[in-house]
Design a protein around this ligand. Structure first.
Ligand code: GLV
Length: 350
């Protein structure tokens, strides 16, 4: 297969290949999808302030996450139901991630169990995304399975006590087919029905207990304010993902690019900050790092890569982003990504 050269081309091709239900599920956002679109736009509106006549003959995109040196700042975001896009499901995506040394975050709503993912792709750096179930036995079973299978972090998603109103799914009457295995949930349910099994009464106290008891470092995903980032730190989080859940939860909340600077000012020195939402170009990755993120999560582009070219498609998506980042580091005059700071960007807002 001829693989595309840009993430936008992957997105277009995937839209042609996928059925309306699954495509709407992955492509869609909440309500009017304003936040979803704004999340891409916010990165684009930030200008880069390049410095010239800097020695950029060698570039270093590496970063440090959870105390470990990583070759670059990309992470494959947790996403549900990869089997809707490719018969080999999450292991196929993880193979593409492994080929570029990118950590792969397995969703609670994955169609592959933590043990099966680890057995299929033992060399992929892996994190486990957790939704806390009302049935705490299900939750602890998943956490134990992840820790036993070499998952290195627990990414606790905190912005989905109930599901956002996703109108594409409503129009398509989108349901997960009963034949699709689901790890945490049961099959044959609509997504809102699966989400019913999650504990909407969860609070910071529960999160603190979870972090206390966890064998794995806890990363809190879905924070958009410095107040909540501060609470996450107090609860014992090792990291925070500044995220609006791909614009899929509450429409008109801030874009990641807009929320990140204030969060970085509050807790950037204390925990690892990750940002997601709308990362489509290497320049977006550079801007995220300049504004205080140590890493970025890439969601939809990885799914489009999977749809278009399986593991090779995922790999190409990640390689394109890394190639673009390399050029951006050189042409911004900031060859060492870890040394980026806010002087490399000009934000259009406060
Ligand atoms: C699940 O987390 C989703 O956003 O659909």
């Amino acid at each position: 297969v001829e693989l595309p050269e840009t993430l936008a081309d992957f997105e277009r091709l995937a839209a042609e290949r996928l059925d309306a239900g699954p495509h709407g599920y992955f492509a869609g956002g909440a309500a009017d999808e304003l936040t979803m679109r704004a999340s891409e736009e916010a990165w684009r509106r930030i200008q880069i302030r390049p410095r010239v006549l800097v020695d950029v003959s060698e570039r270093d995109p590496s970063t440090t996450l959870l105390g470990e040196r990583r070759p670059h700042p990309l992470i494959v975001a947790p996403m549900a139901f990869h089997r809707l896009v490719h018969p080999e499901a999450e292991p196929e995506t993880a193979r593409g991630a492994a080929a570029t040394a990118t950590p792969f975050c397995l969703s609670t709503l994955a169609t592959t169990s933590p043990a099966d993912l680890a057995a299929a792709v033992p060399d992929v750096p892996r994190w486990f995304q957790l939704y806390v179930f009302k049935d705490r036995g299900v939750t602890s079973g998943l956490v134990e399975a992840a820790a036993d299978s070499g998952f290195e972090a627990l990414v606790v998603t905190v912005d989905l006590p109930v599901q956002g109103r996703r109108e594409r799914d409503l129009r398509n009457a989108f349901r997960i087919d009963a034949s699709v295995p689901s790890v945490g949930g049961r099959s044959g349910l609509s997504l809102p029905e699966m989400v019913e099994q999650f504990d909407a009464s969860l609070t910071w106290d529960d999160l603190g207990r979870l972090a206390d008891e966890s064998r794995l470092p806890v990363i809190v995903k879905g924070v958009l304010t410095p107040e909540d980032a501060r609470r996450a730190v107090a609860a014992g989080a090792a990291g925070v993902v500044v995220s609006n859940h791909g614009g899929r939860q509450l429409d008109t909340v801030a874009a990641g690019a807009e929320a990140l600077p204030d969060v970085a000012e509050e807790v950037g020195d204390e925990v690892d900050l990750i940002v997601d939402g709308g990362i489509r170009r290497g320049t977006d990755v550079l801007k995220a790092m300049a504004l205080g993120a140590r890493a970025v999560m890439v969601g939809r582009p990885a799914i489009w890569g999977l749809a278009v070219g399986g593991a090779e498609g995922v790999r190409r998506v990640l390689e394109v982003l890394l190639a673009e980042l390399d050029v951006a580091l050189a042409l911004t005059g900031t060859p060492v990504a870890a040394e980026l700071d806010a002087t490399s960007v000009q934000r259009p807002y406060g």
